[in-house]
Design a protein around this ligand. Sequence first.
Ligand code: UDP
Length: 238
Amino acid sequence: MAEAKYRRVVVKLSGEYLAGDQPFGIHQPTIDRIAGDLIEAQELDVELAVVVGGGNIFRGVEVSSRGVSRARGDTMGMLATVMNCLALESALERLGQSARVLSSFVMPQVCELFTRSAAHKYLAENRIVLLAGGTGNPFFTTDTTAVLRAAEIGANAVLKATNVDGVYSADPKKDPSATRFERLTHSQALEGGYKVMDATAFALARETAMPIIVFSIAESGSIGAILSGDGQGTIVAG
Ligand code: UDP
């Protein structure tokens, strides 16, 4: 079995990806495939926490123009991430993998509250920990949540799953001359203004010296490939 490069990681999955080819909601075959990929990755003896976005259900910024305050809209967005985590927990459990949703909000009938000690406990028990509710604060993103929680739980890296296989000098879908970076420093990622992650997330990663690996999740098995050093992506570190 290939040996993983990291002991504990936070995987960031965008909500939008969970919609598959639908414009909205959860595409069950996609979430099932991702659950399978996560299980395969965990079998490399890596402790996995997953931050799931909510853009497939709700984005705060989109309603703030329609009379709902941004803070209220963002709260609705954070609740959308809870739904995605519950769906992913079910998909993992159907495949025989124990998982736990830990939320930034108190919702005892739904899932447990995130605490560092609960996360450590469940990760040590080989459960996949699903981190729901974003940071619990409006005006942030789930990318920032991934970096924050990674720093809090002592993860070795954030694996940022996207539709493209790394950070490019320009949008590769629009500009055929765009080139992929093998490696960037946090400062270069910030200064370059690359759209792949928001500036708050990059700034917190620089502050906490947290490596971020940007990779494509389009192919099955890509999380495991990145963990075992075979996958293609951009490393943002240093
Ligand atoms: N959100 C928030 N605070 C957080 C994380 C998320 O307010 O700490 C809200 C925000 O409205 C955002 C929505 O939740 O638009 C969904 O998160 P995000 O856009 O990061 O999801 P993704 O793009 O990964 O699907």
